[in-house]
Ligand binder design. Structure first.
Ligand SMILES: [Zn+2]
Length: 247
């Protein structure tokens, strides 16, 4: 049976705690709840870690969060040798917020990179200390310094970041919104989630299901650590936190 988990992080990425009911435990011990604040690995963003607390105060450490048979089913994967919660019981959820906030800052930074480098995206991976975006781009003579300056200009402008829901038809009428070369947003669900940057989405908008900070200023200082050549037409950009190290 496939369950549909209410994904609270989609409406509010800043929820750090919530309560939920245990709906099922799958054959591998994965815990399925009726609702969750734990983001499940997808779109290059890793899933959350954290804890589920039972009524008696005992805690279950969650080592990973993944999707099940469908994207709507979210599975909380316990660390080894954790107590197993009972179906139907309430649990208190808490995510590792320090880690998630780093991921939200990094994920938003990846969006800014696609503004500074407007090329088709062939891959991306977000992590707490280093993220990468791969572009289908010829050698256009970018330097780490130029791209970093472009990113920091957007960070300092402190543009708002917000979600707008559009229909499949609106997306079809604006094919330029999709920057990914290989991944298409899921159609047929009625609504597509656009992540918009700037007043009236003046800086950028693109379909994305991940979690992001609410303004570009909250990303704070970042730099391009490396630009790698991956094949003739592919460039891999690595984003890191903090100022660019002095060579
Ligand atoms: Zn995103």
């Amino acid at each position: 049976m496939v369950h549909k988990t209410e994904a609270l992080f989609r409406d509010d990425a800043y929820l750090t705690a919530a309560e939920a009911t245990v709906v099922a435990i799958n054959e591998r011990g994965g815990i399925i709840l009726d609702r969750t604040i734990f983001y499940a690995t997808s779109g290059g963003q890793p899933g959350d870690t954290g804890t589920l607390e039972r009524a008696d105060g005992s805690r279950i450490a969650i080592a990973a969060t993944i999707t099940g048979e469908t994207k709507d089913e979210i599975i909380h994967v316990p660390a080894p040798e954790q107590p197993v919660p009972e179906i139907g019981k309430r649990v208190k959820l808490a995510i590792d917020w320090e880690r998630r906030h780093l991921l939200m800052r990094m994920h938003a930074a990846c969006h800014l990179l696609t503004v500074v480098c407007p090329f088709p995206i062939t891959g991306a991976a977000v992590s707490e200390d280093d993220s990468r975006v791969d572009f289908d781009a010829p050698d256009a003579g970018f330097t780490k310094e130029d791209v970093t300056a472009g990113l920091m200009k957007l960070v300092r402008a402190d543009h708002p970041i917000f979600i707008r829901l559009i229909t499949d038809e609106e997306l079809a009428a604006n094919p330029g919104l999709v920057k990914s070369k290989n991944v298409r947003p899921p159609l047929g669900t009625g609504k597509i989630r656009l992540v918009c940057i700037g007043d009236n989405a003046s800086v950028d908008s693109q379909p994305c299901g991940g979690t992001h900070v609410k303004s570009t200023g909250e990303i704070s200082e970042i730099h391009i650590g490396k630009i790698e050549k991956k094949g003739r037409e592919n460039r891999r950009f690595r984003i890191r936190f903090g100022p660019m190290p002095v060579a």
